[in-house]
Design a protein around this ligand. Structure first.
Ligand SMILES: Nc1nc2c(ncn2[C@@H]2O[C@H](COP(=O)(O)OP(=O)(O)OP(=O)(O)O)[C@@H](O)[C@H]2O)c(=O)[nH]1
Length: 242
């Protein structure tokens, strides 16, 4: 597996054939709730403590979901906060929602305002989705920084209650302490999406290349010559015996 990393992109590609299916996920939430930390943790397994303020980076990677190779693209969005004119960055976030197949809403258990923001962000998802056709994108709610118990500002019961009201799945996680929780949440979303979207049919060119449909073997010239000689000598024998 190779890893490419630059200012804005992390991409991991296994050696196998590239996938047909692409799953696009937008991660949205308040400022500093750990959106980038979560995305990087999911994609690389690593927790990296400090990031530049995020201006909206796109990450991609190929993962195995139920024995199928799937390309995942994750749009990390700038942190949203409430201003006198409504939500900051709402246009950027709405574009990301419209682009995405699924949305991850994030708040931090240490930041009450980030929790209070979730209802408005969910409305943004509903509005952004109203502008495009098809079923609404699946949404999951992540409560991050579960390791910071001593500075918790959102009760553990409030997350599941809110998720139930919004009609989405809920996961309390710690990007810094527990990779498996983060992986489980994203993986569940990818799995649900993969079930919704049937795999793309192979193109005509791919079908031609496919090793599953063996090409008829071209006749072996040596073999043909041998058989021709055999036939000829048999004929000669018949003629001489007459
Ligand atoms: N203790 C703890 N710290 C975390 C966790 N997740 C993120 N952080 C820290 O929280 C801070 C903000 O994390 P980011 O991932 O940059 O948050 P963000 O939501 O992308 O921030 P913006 O780009 O400003 O919106 C960083 O110092 C992280 O190290 C966590 O699960 N536990």
């Amino acid at each position: 597996m190779r890893l490419i990393q630059n200012m804005s992109t992390i991409a991991e590609y296994p050696a196998e054939a590239p996938s047909n299916r692409v799953i696009k996920i937008a991660v949205i939430g308040g400022s500093g709730v750990g959106k980038t930390a979560l995305v990087v943790r999911f994609l690389t397994r690593r927790f990296i403590g400090d990031y530049e303020r995020n201006a909206g980076n796109l990450y991609s990677r190929e993962v195995q979901i139920d024995s199928e190779q799937v390309a995942i693209q994750v749009q990390d969005t700038p942190g949203v906060h409430v201003t006198t004119n409504g939500l900051s960055c709402s246009e950027h976030v709405s574009c990301s929602i419209q682009w995405a197949d699924a949305v991850v809403l994030v708040y931090s258990v240490t930041d009450r305002r980030s929790f209070d923001l979730i209802g408005q962000l969910h409305q943004l998802v509903a509005r952004a989705h109203g502008d495009r056709a098809g079923a609404p994108p699946p949404v999951i709610l992540l409560a991050n920084k579960a390791d910071l118990l001593h500075v918790r500002r959102v009760d553990a019961q409030q997350g599941p209650l809110l998720a139930a009201t919004l009609g989405c799945c809920f996961f309390e996680v710690s990007a810094s302490e527990d990779y498996s929780q983060v992986h489980g949440a994203f993986h569940r979303l990818c799995r649900d999406l993969a079930k919704q979207q049937p795999p793309a049919l192979p193109s005509a060119a791919e079908k031609r290349r496919s090793p599953l449909i063996p090409r008829p073997k071209s006749p072996n010239m040596q073999d043909l010559k041998r058989r021709f000689k055999q036939a000829l000598s048999a004929k000669v024998r018949t003629v001489t015996s007459v």
